[in-house]
Design a protein around this ligand. Structure first.
Ligand SMILES: Cc1cc2nc3c(=O)[nH]c(=O)nc-3n(C[C@H](O)[C@H](O)[C@H](O)COP(=O)(O)OP(=O)(O)OC[C@H]3O[C@@H](n4cnc5c(N)ncnc54)[C@H](O)[C@@H]3O)c2cc1C
Length: 407
């Protein structure tokens, strides 16, 4: 949708295929997609909207998903009315031609000069690790978890480290399950959602790198101190552990652990029937396992080698195929500050700039391609292959667009 907006602004001709009945992805799919009744956004409302279109707060800092759905529907309504949007139309396969692509959709087969793949990074659940195959209770990926009735009165194991989905599921389970245990392979770093009254994400976007590092060091140190005071099992207990850990923010989760309403254990070593054996040698029986193990990029319509791509290592600026000039990917990198739509917005603008150059500015296009052909360049990653430091990433995107001969 953001690509369509950027292409329309550049007067570029496009067709948009959406498999579902409306535009807006996971947020408008709601309970039919990976969200639960209680999902709230984990990015603050102040940063969630795309530039020029702030999201109304209605008094919330981290709004409910229905709030995001309303915003996205308004955004969809702002697409030019003559946009060629085909709903309920799935792309089945994409085949590269010497120049351009042949797409098979549920409407038939058509050729295009270029394609933009934007089928999502958060809608294809990762497969359960093999050690869980012998579990005889109920096992589900968190994408299939809808509401607390699925956990009520049951012994629940939530597998995943410090992630928003782990915390969200634990809050529900702590209120209604007979037992709630979290398995985390590495020590958990749980940061507060705000620092001196400001959401972490705002600081991540605003502060210069050195100042941000100083604030993050203070936050890690606070997490270590909290653990010292509360003795939380499997939480970071040294600054070295805290530096290595990929943390998530929650103000409530540590207190649930302190009060014994949620237990945290190490990684899962083996599963036998209903019994799960943990790395520390302890064991317990469970009725339900909820896997909060993340998602794989949804690029199944693409042929190899793109089907197994990693945006940060295989694509130029996480968007462009280094060799083909007719293939772009949008939405396969996320920002360390979790308001991802702003990052997608910048990616969509870069794609529109590239395609507009191709259509009408050969000198600028040649310059953009020349630098793209030099291959992938290292991105400012934030401890995870698909998560970038937004400030640094935006600087690279803008530098590429403004480079020599690019005007
Ligand atoms: C529980 C949860 C919480 C989240 N919280 C936040 C948050 O607080 N802030 C934030 O910014 N992000 C958050 N995210 C990330 C979220 O994924 C992004 O915000 C955003 O929705 C991703 O948009 P997208 O368009 O790239 O992908 P999606 O929303 O997944 O949309 C992809 C679209 O492509 C369509 N599609 C897929 N395959 C095909 C095909 N073959 N043919 C045609 N159409 C196809 C799908 O139907 C879908 O509409 C969260 C995600 C989850 C799951």
């Amino acid at each position: 949708m953001l690509c369509a907006n950027a292409l329309a602004s550049g007067h570029l001709d496009f067709e948009l295929f959406e498999a579902g009945p409306e535009l807006g992805g996971v947020w408008v799919q709601g309970l039919a997609g990976p969200l639960t009744k209680n999902t709230h956004q984990n990015s603050p409302v102040s940063l969630q909207g795309v530039p020029g279109r702030p999201m109304a707060s209605h008094g919330y800092m981290f709004p409910h998903w229905s709030h995001a759905a309303r915003y996205i529907r308004d955004l969809a309504a702002s697409l030019p009315s003559d946009s060629k949007v085909f709903l309920n139309t799935r792309v089945v396969s994409a085949e590269p031609l010497p120049s351009g692509w042949s797409l098979a959709t549920s409407r038939g087969r058509e050729q295009y000069d270029s394609i933009i793949v934007a089928t999502g990074l958060n809608n294809t659940p990762k497969q359960a690790p093999s050690e869980f195959a012998s579990f005889t209770g109920e096992m589900l990926h968190v994408a299939g978890y809808r509401d607390p009735s699925q956990l009520m009165g049951k012994r629940v194991l939530i597998v995943g480290g410090a992630r928003p989905s782990t915390f969200d599921t634990a809050f529900d389970a702590a209120a209604c399950a007979a037992l709630t245990v979290i398995s985390s392979r590495s020590p958990m770093l749980v940061l507060p959602t705000c620092w001196n009254g400001r959401p972490i994400e705002e600081l991540q976007e605003e502060l210069e790198p050195a100042e941000l590092e100083r604030v993050l060091a203070e936050m890690r140190s606070a997490a270590v101190a909290l653990n010292k005071a509360w003795r939380l099992p499997q939480f970071v207990s040294t600054m070295e552990e805290a530096k290595k850990a990929f943390g998530s923010a929650s103000d409530l989760f540590p207190a649930l652990v302190r009060d014994g309403r949620v237990q945290v254990r190490g990684g899962v070593r083996a599963v036998r029937g209903r019994e799960v054996l943990f790395a520390d040698g302890s064991a317990a029986e469970f009725d339900v396992i909820v896997l909060c193990i993340g998602y794989a990029p949804n690029v199944g319509v693409m042929p190899p080698p793109w089907r197994t791509l990693t945006a940060s290592s295989d694509l130029y600026l996480g968007i462009f195929d280094p060799l083909r000039d007719d293939l772009c990917f949008v939405g396969y990198l996320y920002g360390a500050a979790t308001s991802h739509w702003r990052l997608f917005h910048e990616q969509a603008r870069a794609v529109a700039f590239f395609l507009a150059s191709r259509a009408g500015n050969p000198q600028r296009f040649a310059s953009l391609v020349a630098r793209k052909r030099q291959g992938t360049r290292s991105l400012p990653l934030a401890k995870h292959v698909s998560i970038v430091n937004k400030r640094g990433y935006f600087a690279l995107l803008h530098e590429w667009q403004a480079g020599p001969c690019a005007r």
